[in-house]
Design a protein around this ligand. Structure first.
Ligand SMILES: *Cc1c(COP(=O)(O)O)cnc(C)c1O
Length: 430
């Protein structure tokens, strides 16, 4: 689901021409559709209506304050993985009492900050961390709400770099040890309140089976932990995959009809599969989508700088690089790339779309059939709303791109393009 479509010969997001945004704000430029984010939130919320549930948006997918504020206003909670992300959520008007804190390496400062802010739950990923949280809570005179993340050892059948629920991954506590960990925490950690149990098996899952397998495996454990320790919630994590191939010729509603059916994993299928397994638990169910909420809501706009016709390949050299969008390099991520000017014919040529960074791995697409585009033309790299800007860096001393949020006919710069002085801030010569 998204609000990107061709109209009047050009690509629009909602009611705004992307060409006009590119000309006004320069490139590379991230553009997000508020309507897409809102629609994804409300559709998932409705799909989960058979459960007492809370959507905790995974902030790491896209942490722009305006994105977080959009989700906070819809009543969403947040899944954070650092003190910095909690700081952002609070700045954006999010409620810490709807936040969970994940991650294997939380520091003393981050744990103390989260407890001070009254976070809903800290999801511990090891017994050592539980003891650390207990100690800090004791020092602060608080009781720390905690859950333990279980590693269910199921194969999410996704890319190796985004699989998290196998025993060889660093995440969570082994399934076999969970009950002992809870028992020891209950007996020995008086500053902890055992509030829930959490799992997250991976990202960009495109079938419902791994979710079902993991839930089926973990539900009896949740029942046991509930009986023994009186927990309030079970979090099933995030990981709902999105469709990276889009139809751009129709408006959002018909797009939803067409593409929901094409997608191997629809949220209705997801909800229908997990609801009957989870309902009997009588617990609050947390769901932590990141990519699903924002992935299709964003595009990275870039301009063609040069064309190079080499002996073996055609290269389109563009002004966005792996420092702006690292998914193709890091995860072999496939992004649909389309010209902002609607192609008049079906003519295509095969090219590599590469950035200006001095790395062979700096590409946005390889061997891609693309309508003929020339220097000066703009391209949209679609479905770049998740793990796009948040993974951007200043590599090659390149300023971070600007970000624009579109809401109907209104476009707001929600993060200004960095200046070179911004990039150098804090540095000095001896
Ligand atoms: C990254 C992460 C998520 C979100 O994953 P998506 O695939 O973006 O939905 C949810 N929960 C935890 C613990 C995570 O680390």
């Amino acid at each position: 689901m998204h609000h990107f479509h061709y109209s009047q010969g050009g690509l629009f997001v909602e009611d705004v021409s992307l060409q006009s945004l590119a000309e006004k704000h320069g490139t590379p430029l991230y553009v997000y559709s508020k309507g897409t984010i809102t629609s994804h939130f409300t559709r998932l919320d409705a799909a989960l209506s058979g459960l007492d549930h809370l959507i905790c948006y995974a902030v790491k997918a896209n942490s722009n304050l305006a994105v977080l504020a959009t989700i906070a206003r819809l009543g969403g909670g947040f899944d954070i993985v650092s003190g910095g992300e909690l700081y952002r959520v609070i700045k954006a008007g999010g409620d810490p009492r709807k936040c969970t804190f994940a991650g294997v390496g939380k520091t003393r400062e981050e744990i103390a900050y989260a407890l001070d802010q009254g976070i809903y739950c800290i999801n511990a990923e090891s017994e050592a961390e539980l003891r650390h949280i207990n100690q800090i809570a004791g020092e602060l005179g608080k009781k720390a709400p905690v859950a333990v993340r279980v590693n269910p050892n199921v194969d999410a059948k996704t890319h190796a770099k985004i699989t998290t629920g196998k025993s060889e991954n660093k995440f969570g506590v082994d399934f076999e040890n969970i009950l002992d960990v809870y028992a020891r925490a209950a007996a020995e950690c008086q500053h902890l309140e055992l509030r829930g149990l959490q799992m997250h098996i991976g990202s960009q899952l495109t079938s419902v089976e791994p979710f079902v397998e993991a839930v089926r495996k973990v539900v009896p454990l949740v029942q046991e932990v509930k009986a023994r320790h009186g927990i309030q919630f079970f979090s099933i994590g995030g990981g709902i995959g999105i469709n990276y191939r889009q139809s751009l010729d129709s408006g959002p509603e018909s797009w939803w009809q067409e593409n929901e059916n094409l997608h191997p994993l629809t949220i209705q299928a997801y909800a229908d599969a997990v609801t009957p397994l989870l309902q009997p638990l009588g617990l609050r169910i947390l769901c932590e989508p990141g990519r699903f909420m924002v992935g299709n809501a964003g595009a990275l706009i870039t301009r063609v700088l040069y064309e190079k016709r080499g002996a073996a390949k055609i290269f389109k050299i563009v002004d966005a690089g792996m420092n702006d969008l690292i998914r193709p390099t890091l995860y072999e991520g496939w992004h649909q790339i389309v010209p902002l000017k609607q192609p008049a014919t079906g003519e295509v040529e095969k090219a590599d779309i590469v950035g200006p960074i001095c790395e062979t791995g700096d590409f946005l697409a390889q061997n891609r059939e693309l309508p003929p585009v020339q220097a000066g033309d703009y391209l949209a790299v679609l479905s770049a709303g998740a793990y796009g800007f948040t993974m951007a860096s200043n590599y090659n001393t390149r300023p971070m791109p600007a970000e624009v949020l579109v809401d109907g006919a209104k476009a707001t710069v929600v993060r200004e393009r960095q200046t070179l002085d911004d990039v150098l801030k804090g540095e000095r010569v001896e």
